[in-house]
Design a binder for this molecule. Structure first.
Ligand SMILES: Cc1cc2nc3c(=O)[nH]c(=O)nc-3n(C[C@H](O)[C@H](O)[C@H](O)COP(=O)(O)OP(=O)(O)OC[C@H]3O[C@@H](n4cnc5c(N)ncnc54)[C@H](O)[C@@H]3O)c2cc1C
Length: 476
């Protein structure tokens, strides 16, 4: 086993790992990533004028951690002009100009209409409360704010909040809730409300942005920029203290390797982190093991139509009657000038249907999804050029009612630890912004620890201070 020593080892090359690595790039740093690429659950592939999307795609607003990273590496977002709350109802697609018009637009019985309007109003009120919680309170750091937001309506399930509406209305809200990769019963009301808040935010560019070229561009550019500081196909097996260092054991092609580091940032899903990290308090391990994830089977579709399609002005459609829960038109942000031929679509299911879908082979998943896509849009017959099925396990993380994340937050406040955690599970529902934000916090804590170690060593401190005839330098 070869062994080298690093300031920082980052485990995982998803948004959290990339953010931590980018922030600590001035250090002697190594990223260990299980797959052949960076990006994690952000994944797209270039296809001519379009991109085939398989994972996360909605990017956060200006001023966010993610946007700052994109800016610093020369990538930018594009606005999604199309409708984001369209619904396929009784075989027809409805895309009203405002969310509030939905109960009036959809053909339904009076009972269904009253129920839908009542639930809609209740969600709208709760969304206002959630938006208020999201605002930064003066003097509060981001982590405290996130913890406060995560406590919003966290004690009851989204099902308890919605109640028992008529069957078709229930199916619609269940489908929408599955964007959290969970059934209404399994996610807390704050999670469900935040899903609607993100889509209904309306003003500004919040949650209505794609990465130009596809979300996979972030990982691709990071692969170039980080170069040989990333080891691919490297599955970390254990992280444990060894004297004043942390030993990290990983495997590539069945061969075991070991590196040591002063600081380790663990940026992989929570239950996987609990499996590999040996030296953490019991309550932190228990919390990591309790974080919930649901799967997301997705399918990207490249089409080759030559003329307009009925969904050209739409970005997202909730599809309660289909084998998938959501339909996305990834070409919508590009439909600004004359319409180019072809297009890019994506469908996915969450919650219980996703678990059932994953029991099937890729070909069976493709056939089921395609049958329903063609039922919705028969105009696509003969125009399916390429399909790619992706199985995301884990797909997304969500908090159930009554979940307590405090032991992890208390651990994060400690100034005497060298193993740090980051990932999308730091929020009530997983998203790229909390992944990068929690990584920023973890990187900051690792940097402080590194600086403290330098202060303890008079000879190293002299280098930092520019003594001994050397210019002031970073220890890397
Ligand atoms: C279909 C889908 C749609 C989504 N849509 C959106 C969206 O529109 N907007 C949004 O903000 N978010 C969205 N998300 C969620 C978003 O993608 C995640 O929140 C984000 O990717 C989490 O980042 P992460 O770094 O915490 O984890 P990941 O992205 O899961 O990255 C973890 C990385 O760690 C690696 N790894 C795991 N174990 C090990 C190990 N033992 N050793 C080495 N490496 C390891 C993995 O290979 C992976 O690369 C979506 C997710 C999916 C699946």
């Amino acid at each position: 086993m070869s062994e080298s020593n690093y300031d920082v080892v980052v485990i995982g090359g998803g948004p959290a790992g990339m953010a931590a690595a980018w922030e600590l790039r001035d250090r002697k740093m190594l990223v260990l990533e299980k797959t052949h690429r960076l990006g994690g659950r952000l994944y797209s592939m270039s296809r001519g004028d379009y991109w085939l999307n398989l994972g996360g795609h909605l990017f956060p607003a200006a001023g966010s951690h993610m946007r700052n990273i994109l800016h610093s590496i020369g990538l930018d977002v594009i606005r999604i002009p199309g409708n984001k709350f369209a619904i396929c109802w009784g075989g027809r697609v409805f895309a009203p100009k405002s969310v509030s018009a939905l109960p009036l637009t959809l053909p339904m019985s009076i009972r269904e209409r009253i129920s839908m309007a009542a639930i809609g109003l209740r969600i709208l009120k709760a969304v206002r409360g959630w938006q208020k919680e999201m605002q930064l309170v003066y003097g509060e750091n981001n982590q405290t704010r996130r913890a406060r937001v995560a406590r919003y309506m966290a004690d009851i399930s989204f099902r308890d909040f919605i109640g028992r509406p008529p069957k078709r209305v229930e199916a619609l809200f269940q489908s929408a809730a599955r964007r959290a990769a969970a059934e209404m019963e399994d996610q807390n009301a704050g999670v469900g409300v935040s899903l609607f808040g993100a889509v209904w935010s309306g003003k500004g560019d919040s949650m209505a942005l794609n990465l130009n070229g596809g979300s996979g561009r972030l990982g691709e550019v990071m692969m170039e920029l980080l170069g040989d500081r990333v080891r691919y196909n490297a599955t970390v097996r254990s992280v444990e203290r060894a004297g004043d260092k942390i030993a990290v054991v990983y495997e590539i092609d069945g061969a075991e390797h070991k590196v040591s580091a002063s600081q380790v940032i663990v940026a992989i899903p929570a239950y996987q982190a609990a499996e590999i990290v040996r030296d953490i308090p019991d309550d932190v391990r228990a919390t990591l093991n309790k974080v919930q994830y649901g799967p997301f089977p997705t399918m990207g579709i490249i089409t080759d139509e030559t003329g307009p399609m009925p969904y050209d002005e739409i970005y997202a459609i909730t599809t309660p009657d289909a084998s998938f829960d959501m339909f996305f038109n990834h070409a919508n942000p590009l439909r600004t000038g004359p319409r180019k031929p072809g297009g890019s679509l994506m469908v996915y299911s969450g919650g219980s249907p996703a678990k059932e879908m994953l029991k099937l082979s890729d070909d069976e998943i493709r056939d089921r999804y395609l049958t329903d896509v063609l039922k919705m849009f028969p105009e696509l017959k003969g125009h399916i050029k390429e399909t790619v099925v992706q199985r995301w396990v884990p797909g997304n993380t969500y908090r159930p009612a009554g979940f307590n994340f405090d032991p992890m937050l208390t651990y994060c406040e400690r100034t005497d630890v060298d193993i740090h955690f980051a990932g999308d599970y730091f929020a009530e529902i997983g998203n790229m912004e909390i992944a990068t934000g929690s990584a920023h916090e973890a990187a900051r804590r690792a940097r402080v620890r590194l600086m403290n170690n330098i202060r303890k060593s008079p000879s190293l401190q002299a280098v930092v201070d520019g003594e001994n005839g050397l210019p002031a330098a970073k220890i890397g």
